[in-house]
Design a protein around this ligand. Structure first.
Ligand SMILES: [Zn+2]
Ligand SMILES: [Zn+2]
Length: 324
């Protein structure tokens, strides 16, 4: 089958990748639409060391085979990306996205979704209502990650929010904070970022207006940005980290001590909440789509996604040579 792989640090479009066979509790899925995200670009530049395999983790797909649970066959789904064992200490404590034996679609020891077909644990799948189109539903995973930033906020922290990074994820975070009643300031670098934010009624600026925000969110995807962000928090303010970069960030942590800042790492979020928002059109992510390419143009799509100021680049399934 066709697949976009990362092998020895190099992106390759293969037409000879082996079609996987579902094991117990797994489904074989046919990709319908998939989104390229900052993490995919970071993996190509070396984040996580040496990931080898098919890239991609944001998807809408159709279940083709589910030997254990054939009732899923034909179902259109979105899916969580972390696999879990269900038995380890962390799983038993409910920290399933932190399973000690965790594997992650397209990120860690599990082939991702930029291919004709791929595998997922059935437990990770969410049926999609017919009201939500593929190009909207493909935002489920990144939107859930945006909701995670809201979910992880400590209580009574204040309502002055600044978001650094106005790309794919930064915009989604700004939208969910706006819808939750905040009036976030989104720091932008490119005119198209201002235009998209304006569509959602989000305030933008090239620089922070004041240096006393209650909540600062790093969605820059750039390890070097963090030292610039810290000074804009008030004492006891909250910093939410969304960036997963290949390079380390260098910080003087004494600022964190003296100002008693709280730092929160935030990764994966609630799928049901994201699907609900998309299905009821509470949140229309389509202004965030920069381009859609067929799977066979995946390499071109990747180059497009890496350009500055580009939002979501999507990959779309083509008729499969496998007849699936
Ligand atoms: Zn992602
Ligand atoms: Zn586990």
């Amino acid at each position: 089958m066709r697949a976009l792989t990362l092998e020895d640090g190099e992106l390759r479009f293969r037409t000879d990748y082996e079609l996987p066979e579902p094991r117990p509790k797994e489904a074989l899925l046919r990709m319908r639409m998939a989104g390229i995200c900052g993490t995919d670009l970071a993996l190509v530049s070396g984040y996580k060391g040496r990931y080898t395999g098919v890239l991609g983790h944001e998807y809408v797909a159709e279940v083709v085979k589910a030997p254990d649970q054939p009732q899923w066959v034909g179902q259109r789904v979105a899916g969580e990306i972390n696999t879990m064992c269900g038995n380890c200490d962390r799983c038993r404590r409910g920290l399933t996205t932190h399973c000690a034996r965790r594997r992650v679609l397209g990120i860690l020891d599990w082939d991702g979704v930029f291919s004709d077909c791929f595998l997922s644990p059935i437990a990770n799948l969410y049926p999609l209502p017919d009201s939500v189109s593929d190009s909207v539903a493909v935002f489920t995973e990144p939107l859930a990650a945006a909701y995670a930033a809201l979910r992880d906020l400590p209580a009574n922290v204040g309502d002055q929010v600044i978001i650094f990074g106005a790309g794919r994820l930064g915009q989604l975070i700004a939208i969910v904070f706006k819808q939750a009643g905040y009036d976030p300031l989104l720091i932008t670098r490119y005119p198209q970022q201002v235009a998209v934010a304006g569509h959602y009624g989000i305030r933008t600026a090239a620089k922070p207006a004041v240096s006393a925000y209650d909540i600062a969110i790093d969605a820059t995807g750039d390890a070097a940005a963090l030292p610039e962000i810290l000074p804009h928090l008030r004492p006891r303010g909250v910093l939410i980290l969304k960036t997963t970069a290949a390079q380390p960030s260098v910080l003087h942590l004494s600022t964190v001590v003296v100002d008693e800042l709280r730092i929160i790492g935030s990764r994966c979020g609630p799928f049901p909440q994201a699907i609900e928002a998309l299905a009821t059109a509470t949140l229309d992510p389509t202004p965030l789509i920069s381009a859609t390419y067929p799977l066979s143009q995946a390499l071109v799509a990747f180059q497009h996604a890496a350009r500055p100021g580009v939002f979501k680049v999507l990959l779309q399934a083509e008729p499969s040579p496998l007849g699936l």
